[in-house]
Design a protein around this ligand. Structure first.
Ligand code: SF4
Ligand code: SF4
Length: 81
């Protein structure tokens, strides 16, 4: 019984991890980003950081709301279709 529970817990953890890694389809076109921080200011879940003057999205935190796409006047935020 205990082995089955451990196996189930393991499968659940792997599934949740894969979901977190793959769920976000939002990405930064790095060469277009000027590091202005406008996207950081509007993200409702604080999923964007500026590192070395480039925006980086935390895919695990992103909820795909697309607000940041509309905030970027440099057209540097894209969504995979
Ligand atoms: S709003 Fe656009 S240009 Fe500004 S930091 Fe975000 S991705 Fe970069
Ligand atoms: S899509 Fe929404 S949650 Fe994801 S990084 Fe942009 S503003 Fe944040």
């Amino acid at each position: 019984m205990k082995k089955k529970l451990l196996l189930f817990a393991g499968i659940l953890i792997v599934a949740l991890t894969l979901f977190a890694i793959t769920k976000s389809t939002i990405f930064i076109e790095s060469k277009l980003c000027v590091g202005c921080g406008d996207c950081v200011a509007v993200c409702p879940v604080d999923a964007i950081r500026i590192i070395d003057r480039k925006a980086i999205i935390d895919a695990a935190a992103c909820i795909d709301c697309e607000i940041c796409i509309r905030s970027c006047t440099y057209d540097a935020i894209r969504k995979n279709k």
